[in-house]
Design a protein around this ligand. Sequence first.
Ligand code: FAD
Length: 277
Amino acid sequence: MKPVEFSYSRPATVAAAVRLLKDNSGAKIVAGGQSLGPMLNLRLAQPNQLIDVTAIPELTRFREEPDAIVYGACITHASFEDGRLPDAANGFLRSVAGGIAYRAVRNRGTIGGSLVHADPAADWMTTLTALGAELIVATEKGERRTELAGFMTTPFGVALDDAEFLVGIRIRKFSQKARFGYFKFCRKVGEFAEAMAAVVVDPELRICRGVIGATDSSPLIVGDINAFMPAATASAAVEEALERGREHVAGLRVSNDPIKNAMHGNAFARALRQVMQ
Ligand SMILES: Cc1cc2nc3c(=O)[nH]c(=O)nc-3n(C[C@H](O)[C@H](O)[C@H](O)COP(=O)(O)OP(=O)(O)OC[C@H]3O[C@@H](n4cnc5c(N)ncnc54)[C@H](O)[C@@H]3O)c2cc1C
């Protein structure tokens, strides 16, 4: 099948892109095209205009704030993987990026495109929710900021209005004491995950958060994961704490499939183990 006919624009400024979106409710943003391309070909998306935002300079750059880094929405997975940017999470972003799909997809696919596409099994959606990322959204009235947690409203649905698009992702700088864990079950390397979990512990920033992804819906935040930290460093205490974590998450029934629920429990325990090491 071929896409429906559409026109193509490549604005150079955020304001011009917002204007184009406002003037045409049938338009759609395109960034790396890695998810939208197949959707066009299958006619799951039928825009009459594509607005390519990759020529807007601030969307492909990062900027540092005293306590955070703001990454442009069009930064590719490969740029993170190759360490071309400072890593607000001490190398965690780089390792997550390197596990997304295949290199060819990572060369074109963008962090912003991944978040807005909102596939429940996407790596950035789960890991950046665990990091407590904030989104910067361009609107007709200027920028607005919103938490990533809650941005995904349904599988493949996000809280963006018609004339809005994502310009940046703000990630706080984690301390040197921060620990990060991430585990996903995939049938083979490069496939979307069937179950995944991310865990972030930063004693200096008082962050202790777990997130379950690849659910039947939005990522699920596992409240206070201190409950699953071992009381002692002895291996029996560690194994007992991991078992508690595994059972807790499996019991949350994030999926209708009991096997997947068991996999989520195991993914969580494996991510937890990484922060304990
Ligand atoms: C074979 C294959 C395997 C993959 N495996 C994985 C995987 O294992 N893990 C994973 O996480 N991902 C995977 N992906 C998805 C990949 O990461 C895509 O890069 C990503 O989902 C979309 O990014 P993009 O820049 O290509 O967005 P596009 O395809 O250009 O756009 C996707 C959607 O987001 C919208 N959009 C894009 N940018 C913006 C913006 N700035 N503001 C508002 N809306 C925007 C578009 O309108 C569209 O609806 C895979 C993709 C392929 C083709």
